[in-house]
Design a protein. Structure first.
Length: 442
């Protein structure tokens, strides 16, 4: 660098002028790139009412261009010790003004997360202020077609009555609530949005829903095509036949509702896409009564061996011409005898296979067992992911990790012996309990 300064002044001036031009050009390009990326950068936004107010202030005073491009918005209202004063200040000064600047939103996700039991009037007042701002400012927007609510406290259903252009609505609760609170919210939203095509409802504790109120007989039938019910008491599901356009149904971890399959069968409501977490004879009877299923995700428990056989040998062949995606979860110890018998060829339509394996077989017989399993799944023409869920290992995070590593090492050894044979490539992942899976890539 010192040697460069010894050059003649004329040369140094020329270098300086060139660097200046380059810097100006770089700055211009950087600015153009920034402007070009703004629609992508600001497409999705997140507003946390209980955090720093700078984002709300920028929206309120229009010192950011985010309001011009924002399409998807997440609003998080989370109360914790010491946040009440900050939340009250942000709401009073900026929230309403900031939300009113957002004119191009297409979807809204509203998190209402309360720590502990709220009893003070101040907390309830803050909650009401946030609800008011969200509904009054964003409800009238004609562009919002998707509303997602995630909460663990009481909510006021009528607050969402101003949203009248929804095509997709989902509501999820993380705590026990009276069934009428969930029913009231659904009733208000459905009443004001007969054009709804998707409804998803989930609860962490069994929560009853009065479908007679949500889908009253005297109202016009919904054009609903997709319905997802998770963790609910669905004993009142007999109102389902009023959903004449329903083609996609997800039922997971629900209680009651045992007559749903007989109801659907009697009304000739044939699903195209189905996801279920429990199997009984009435479900298999329903699936055997038509032949146009395109997607199915199904879980077989340890006690469902007979149902598994009936599904693979009786149900799958009926849908072989239409089925494009099959996600199956079962125990390998139950599936293996059927594989050996060679009578389940239609399983080859599977895109995602989830198998439960005992850790003892991995530890003492992993090579032989995995070889037969992978030889079988390599024949699947459409398989994209094979998930092995290991059970029966010692409790503890370290034990789970060691089991996953042991299984992956066994898979690697099996694959090393199979390299000379042509086969399809797909993801293999190993999971123990609720821990994150480890992946093996061919």
């Amino acid at each position: 660098m010192t040697g460069l300064l010894l050059l003649p002044t004329e040369i140094l001036q020329e270098i300086g002028s060139q660097v200046g031009k380059e810097l100006k050009e770089m700055r211009a390009v950087s600015r153009q790139l920034q402007l070009a990326l703004e629609p992508i950068y600001f497409r999705s936004m997140q507003i946390n009412v209980g955090q720093n107010s700078s984002q709300l202030e920028a929206l309120s005073t229009q010192t950011t261009r985010a309001a011009v491009y924002a399409k998807h918005l997440e609003i998080i209202y989370a109360t914790r010790d010491g946040l009440d004063e900050l939340i009250e200040q942000n709401v009073a000064l900026y929230l309403e003004s900031a939300l009113c600047k957002l004119k191009t939103l297409q979807s809204l996700k509203f998190f209402l997360l309360i720590d502990g039991i709220l009893v003070s009037g101040k907390q309830n007042s803050l909650e009401g202020m946030v609800h008011h701002c969200v509904s009054e400012c964003l409800g009238p927007l004609q562009t919002i077609t998707a509303l997602h609510i995630i909460f663990n406290s009481m909510i006021d259903g009528p607050n969402f009555g101003l949203f009248e252009n929804l095509e997709e609505f989902s509501i999820q609760t993380g705590g026990f609530l009276p069934g009428d609170a969930l029913t009231d919210t659904l009733r208000v939203v459905v009443y004001n949005n007969l054009q709804l095509t998707t409804i998803c409802v989930g609860a962490s504790d069994p929560c009853p829903i009065d479908f007679e109120q949500v889908l009253p007989r005297h109202e016009a039938p919904l054009r609903l095509g997709h319905l997802s019910l998770v963790g609910l008491d669905i004993s009142g599901i007999c109102a389902l036949p009023r959903l004449e356009s329903l083609h996609t149904l997800k039922l997971s971890d629900n209680s009651s509702g045992d007559d749903i399959w007989a109801t659907l069968q009697s009304q000739k409501m044939w699903m195209q896409k189905l996801e279920v977490s429990s199997v009984d004879a009435s479900l298999l009877d329903y699936l055997s009564s038509f032949s146009t299923l395109t997607h199915i995700s199904i879980v077989f428990r340890k006690q469902d061996e007979e149902h598994l056989q009936n599904f693979l040998r009786g149900v799958l062949p009926r849908h072989s011409d239409s089925l494009v995606s099959l996600i199956l979860r079962a125990r390998w110890t139950s599936l293996r005898p059927l594989v050996v018998s060679g009578n389940i060829a239609y399983l080859e339509t599977c895109r995602e296979l989830i198998l439960e394996l005992p850790s003892s077989e991995i530890k003492y017989d992993g090579g032989e067992m995995l070889t037969s399993l992978l030889d079988y799944t390599d024949e699947f023409r459409h398989l994209e992911c094979l998930t092995l869920i290991i059970y029966g290992f010692a409790p503890g995070r370290e034990s789970a990790l060691n089991t996953k590593i042991r299984t992956l090492n066994a898979i690697a050894r099996v694959r090393a012996t199979q390299r000379s044979f042509p086969r399809r490539s797909y993801i293999i992942q190993v999971q123990c309990g609720k821990s994150k899976p480890l992946r093996f890539y061919d």
